[in-house]
Write a new protein. Sequence first.
Length: 175
Amino acid sequence: MLSCRATSAVTIAALLVCVPVSAGESNRTMNKREADATTATAAQPAQRASQEVLHAATRYLEACVTRDADFIAANSVDDGSFWGIGSGPGPGWNLHETVEHLRGLKKAGWSGLNPQGFVAGDFAWFTDYAKGVLPDGKQLDIRVTLVMRHLGKRWKVVHFHVSEGVQREGIKLGS
């Protein structure tokens, strides 16, 4: 079970600090480490991601399409807070499900991958709109969102969303 708390509306509206807790503890108070981390993240304004962090995000997204499941496992948080979402029905996948899913897929690729992102405290987030290149060469418009957390000396992914960007009949956004 995860206990999630918003860290800062200024930092990123949907960013949550998720901490594994045991059943029956979902309403517990944060410990000092969690509270300090939340305060530190909320107090730091977002900065453009450095080349080092952009490289980590790009390398992770490349590993997704080359189906490098071992790289994905090694560069994702493994504390139960990881969650991935892709095109299709269903709520998404935890880390184990993501790694096993990748192992069963043929290699694909990217065209025009160029994620842009920000860092605030120990969190970084990235978005991109690139072409996904399927094994048969067909290209699809793909939307990407990636959220990373700095743990120790490494950036690890806590969340990804990769889905086909398609126009839907009857849905109009904007004016």
